[in-house]
Unconditional design. Structure first.
Length: 288
């Protein structure tokens, strides 16, 4: 299994440029402050079903945008968020700090991702959410964060940031050598500097154990940014210990194939990933 570290940490995003406007303009959402840092205020953008009431106990999905931990915008998953709000879920688009705006490292992105999930769970009653039915979701770097939440536990937190399910789009789940993986071309010093920790500490594949949340993964077989074999390895390790992990390969697809407006394919892959996610959520009995 070969992984290009340079490609994983490049400035490429898993979303088209048209989906990367920042600050985001999301008029159909509620804006919640979930965190303040020394240089920024971070928001969650919440979508509620039309028939929502404060007495509800609905499942929810928290989405994390892609952008190489360097850029990106919560606008990325706005279409998916609206789709699942229309199906009766409460959906959340999470902002988090990135290197281009905040000079942060990957470890800081994960800190924000955890705080976003903790906010949603601790405010579940006000949001009409079942705190035991919250999924994490994301693409590319956002998929990495969503996977970290489900796989790498924070034992010091009072309110759990662990999701109850994971929906991952071309996620970066292998950040360090595993099972004989050849990463001899990587610059280990730069890897540690970029992540802010030894990379294996934030590599979801290195922390898999029985009892991790059920997971569905969508990945293009021709992805050169986060290679398909890393998704295969992650899925294999999940299932080996008895976890429920479904990997859907999209033949000939490259990075970000699941977004809307993908050239000649248009929205076909976008709609297919929605349909397969619907199937996954029906299996969990989160939607009818």
């Amino acid at each position: 299994m070969e992984i290009s570290f340079a490609s994983i940490f490049c400035l490429l995003s898993s979303a088209p440029n048209s989906q990367q406007s920042y600050p985001p303009q999301l008029p159909n959402s509620e804006k919640h402050i979930y965190k303040k840092t020394s240089d920024t205020t971070l928001y969650l953008y919440v979508y509620k079903p039309d028939e929502w009431t404060s007495e509800d106990n609905r499942p929810a999905i928290v989405f994390y945008f892609g952008g190489g931990w360097v850029g990106g915008s919560p606008v990325h998953f706005s279409s998916q968020a609206q789709h699942y709000a229309d199906l009766g879920l409460v959906t959340v688009l999470a902002d988090y700090r990135v290197a281009s705006r905040n000079e942060t490292k990957v470890k800081h992105c994960l800190e924000d991702a955890r705080d976003a999930m903790r906010y949603v769970r601790s405010n579940a009653k006000q949001l009409g959410i079942d705190p035991n039915r919250i999924a994490s979701s994301g693409g590319s770097a956002g998929g990495h964060l969503a996977a970290c939440l489900g796989i790498i536990k924070d034992r010091l937190e009072e309110i759990s940031s662990a999701p109850n399910a994971m929906v991952l789009f071309n996620p970066a789940c292998v950040l360090a050598p595993i099972d004989g993986t050849d990463l001899s071309s990587w610059n280990t010093k730069n890897m540690k500097e970029r992540v802010g920790l030894p990379p294996e500490e934030l590599s979801p594949a290195h922390h898999i154990k029985p009892g991790n949340p059920p997971c569905v993964i969508f990945h293009g077989t021709d992805d050169k940014t986060v290679t398909f074999d890393t998704a295969e390895k992650f899925s294999q390790l999940m299932n080996q210990v008895g976890n429920d992990c479904i990997l859907y390969p999209f033949e000939g697809r490259e990075h970000g194939f699941f977004n809307r407006g993908q050239g000649e394919r248009g929205d076909r892959d976008y709609h297919k990933t929605l349909a397969l996610t619907d199937k996954f959520l029906k299996k969990l009995k989160w939607i009818d």
